[in-house]
Ligand binder design. Structure first.
Ligand code: ZN
Length: 264
């Protein structure tokens, strides 16, 4: 994370620099050698433990080219963090380590919804494919006597997509609000279809709540031996809806309330 500025020149030790020389860096003999000492070394190959792989050697040659292009000045060496400051910042450290990966906008949207924390976390698990469905339990190497969906008689393995969207029971639940969608879409694509149907700011709030309703019915079948009914799923949604209304921003409450009352 830190970088050393040698006589005014930066010799980075941040993520990108490590990646650039991921094969020859571990072979470096002296991990804290200064740049000026490295430049003074007669044969740079002696800075590394040998033998090297072909890939590491190619990277060593690139390193030599970079080294030969450097010109030192008379300023003293000093340490600073990769973001150019001597002060530590956890947020900057996180950004440096996380890189610049693109995050789907739905994640930011999810945390801004009026849903309760448990619902947000539940939907986050769905988006990250981490919900403990039976196929996930199998993927984690845990044993179950049966991995089939408990909401239908299709002998289909219970996956997130099957449970919440493709299962005939789930489709009956979504039919309550006239939402039909093509099978084999991803969660994100299914939500986009839902979002273009509703065209309201709280579409993700409601989508999350519906998924939660189906999930609760499934849990009741597995853990309380109850029969799965669409009405049961609807009851979960309607019982949580007042809390959603309570948490919603004042300006969306009337529309959200009328949507809930007209469809549920
Ligand atoms: Zn099913």
């Amino acid at each position: 994370m830190a970088r050393l500025v040698f006589s005014g020149m930066t010799f980075g030790m941040g993520r990108s620099e490590i990646n650039n020389s991921q094969n020859c860096t571990p072979l470096q003999k002296n991990k804290s050698i200064s740049l000026s000492k490295a430049l003074d070394t007669v044969d740079n190959i002696n800075l590394f433990s040998l033998p090297m792989s072909i890939e590491a050697f190619n990277q060593f040659q690139d390193f030599q080219l970079e080294l030969s292009a450097l010109a030192l000045n008379q300023l003293n060496d000093n340490w600073s963090y990769i973001w150019g400051s001597t002060l530590f910042s956890s947020s900057k450290a996180y950004r440096s380590l996380a890189g610049h990966s693109q995050v789907e906008p739905i994640f930011r949207w999810l945390w801004k919804t009026s849903c309760q924390g448990k619902h947000k976390f539940f939907f986050w698990l769905i988006l990250k494919d981490r919900l403990s469905t039976r196929d996930m339990i199998r993927r984690r190497g845990m044993h179950l006597d049966d991995y089939h969906c408990v909401l239908c008689q299709q002998s289909t393995e219970e996956s997130t997509m099957h449970l919440l969207f493709y299962c005939p029971f789930a489709k009956d639940c979504w039919n309550l609000v006239n939402f039909q969608f093509t099978d084999h879409l991803s969660v994100l694509e299914t939500f986009q279809a839902w979002n273009s149907l509703l065209k309201v700011k709280f579409s993700l709030d409601l989508f999350t709540l519906f998924c939660w309703g189906i999930w609760m019915v499934r849990n009741n079948v597995i853990f309380r031996s109850k029969n799965p009914t669409v009405d049961g799923g609807k009851r979960y949604v309607t019982s949580e809806a007042p809390l959603l209304l309570h948490r919603a921003k004042t300006r969306i409450v009337p529309l959200l309330e009328s949507w809930i009352n007209s469809f549920l």
